[in-house]
Unconditional design. Sequence first.
Length: 410
Amino acid sequence: MKPFLACFIVLCFIAQSASSQFTIVPELRSKSFISTTANLGLESDVINQKFFRAYYNGDFLDRTLKNSTLSRLTENGKLAYYSTLGAHYYSRAYSNEEESNRFFKWHIGLAYHQFLETNFSRDFYTLLLFGNAQYENKKAILSPMSFESLSYYDLSVGMLHRLNHFYVQWKIDFLLGNQFNSFSISNGSLFTEQDGLALNFDLHWQLKRSITSSLTDVNGKGLATGIKLFHQSERSLFSFELDQLGLIQWSKNLSSKSIDSTLVFTGVNIGNIFDSIFVDIKNKEDLKSEFIREHSISKFTQSLPAVLKLNYTKKILNDQFSVQLAVNKILRKTAKSSIDIGIHYFINPNCSIGLVGGLPAYSRWNLGMQFSYYKTDRFFFVVQAPSLVNSFLHDQPASSFWGAKIGIHL
């Protein structure tokens, strides 16, 4: 049971890192710079902070704690995890002045990305936490259910140049796939007869994965692209971005299995049905031979979770404040469009602190802070905690986002 839970509850989406100090966005300045970025987030509309912390610390998950999450789940629940760790170099601008249409610079970067998304029914989640004893003489509906996780390296190269009133940034990403794992239940139910004498399955389940044993494994290769448009005026900044639009072809350490059957099992001692089907299928060989079909596969292609980002920032009140609105969409059917709102106070022209929050893609709400500091032509850093308030509300659905960006002008 625990291996599946570990896969199911791994450590979202970080609020947009476009700086509210839009007059000194590093990418649009003439100086060259290097920067490092770290983003981490976890969100769910069902599972709360207390549950995640208890599981992470290895504490006992008592029935009260389990029920506290189950009480929020009416139909389907969601959980997602995102993380990025990367470094980038931007060259100096090849132009005499920034306003020239000859303004352009090149950039190169290396990053490691992780992504996890799952969608699950109430009955599936109940079976996962409590087993099937309470479904005696009842039918548990297991669908719809989907799970996807992947990790990959990204080497990007690109250009940024001025085109009339816009700055245009584009890139090509060369991808090295580390691991991929997905399974889904398009239609499924489980009926447990009285006293557990028989299990009646109607299940349409598919699994496809490329398993890795270390962070250095390369199990696939691919390409992606991205484009970003900036429009900057004296008191406002507008940007539109499409990022990580691409594919990875997985070709090593592959596994593909499926279940498409209506079956009745009697006299089979199954300690935990999910461990038997989803995790440890080496046991129960009789069950495996009748129930699970293995498919030969040499390669398969999977799209990345591309992201659309729209951001608008405007200075107000004699340039002492700025307001920011961002709308983002992950191109996955489970994700909602997220909305981020912020208001930032400029302590001085190079330093700001802001109150940020919004409606995330997989959770319910978040509220926190952001701090930015730019030392002219020397260094800059942005620290984001857009769910700082949520981290103190242990009984609320998880919204845990953190990020930092540090750069040095050369």
